[in-house]
Ligand binder design. Sequence first.
Ligand code: DOR
Ligand code: ZN
Length: 444
Amino acid sequence: MSAHYDLIIRGGTCVLPWGMEQTDVGVRDGRIAGLGIGTDATAAETIDATGLHVLPGLIDPHVHLRDAGDAANAAVESMPTGTKAAVLGGVVAVFDMPNTRPALVDATTLAVKQDYAERVAWCDIGFYVGATKTNVPALAELETGRGVCAVKVFAGSSTGDLLVDDDAGIERVMRSGRRRIAYHSEDEARLQTRKPQFKSGDPYAFHMEWRDEECAFLGTRRLMALARRTGRAAHILHVSTAQELEYLKDFRDVATCEVLVNHLTQVAPDCYERLGGYGVMNPPIRGERHRAAAWAALRDGTVDCIGSDHAPHPRAAKERPWPECHSGLTGVQTLVPVMLDHVNAGRLSLPRLVDLMCAGPARVYGIVGKGRLAAGYDADFTLVDMRRTRRIEESWIASPCGWTPFAGMQVTGWPVATIIRGMPVMREDEVLGAPRGRLVRFAG
Ligand code: DOR
Ligand code: ZN
């Protein structure tokens, strides 16, 4: 008797953990039930993926959806709109940063977000819990909460007021739980000391002078010393300098790291001249030497994950003079198209992209049941057309703030369908059904 499935994806080239194969995938009860299923198998729904690549659902482990559970920033971004942007961009799960208002730093806010996400999210979602100078005793329990991907420490200040910048404070956080901790690594003391050297109306490019390479390197060197001392695993978010990437190679026993699509794609001074405030983010976009180092580190395996650091702000706030303009760039919807364009340009392979956006996050954060095309895993898929050429337009952006630093960029390679736990949620720019996102599960 032939097998019956809920969904079959036929004829696509699948990026499997062991290589690329053209094979048919059968889905039952939201999970991958089989690979290489027979031609006589039947299904309630069949997707013809001939000419397409079938990737495990791609994960963006670094977004700021701004929403503490009340859509208070709905004119800029919220969980419903940010997760819709994710699925339109071929992303099946996002990990949301805690610098919301109120910040996610306690059990009450976590409970609100857990409940809210299960009602409004279009994709699956994980939450970072922010460390503060006062919530350390609660972190060990908070980090094992439902849907919590990690504790996040802002060791240098950025948007919002989360900050633990002193060594003793960071060490206390490191000694307060077990799971890998994610860090915003910039040296706060250096940031503050150098701030008075700059004035309102200075060129936007001064952003990378203020938050300079030394600032990033000092931050990471301090964190590595503390991680070694405590034995607590660290994940350095958005590494932006050649020096840090070189340094981190000697700390693979305690550290993993992320680079951002903007640091791989944009370059100073061009970004500041072309984009003004729309090129300002923390840590900053820097010169060509650092972009080249990011690619080299991506190729030699130093880099574990890539993310968008999707950080929406109102246009008015981005258009203020430096340094009053807000830092942060949108990106969850453009991450996959821009990275597929890099694949087509020969800068990385499709399997390496999958490694960075599926296996990488699974390894770093301990994701359960996602990030791999294999029997028993969640039936999450990103279907991509590697031959499609398209211009990124702001009219396509679902985040209400409505802008992207990649506006006008022509890319080749495009996500044409997003399938989450067996449910098609996006096909050809159209969002399907209702929000049915779930909290991502994590080991430990
Ligand atoms: O540019 C940034 N924007 N970097 C951060 O660390 C935070 C983010 C935001 O929340 O706007
Ligand atoms: Zn961020």
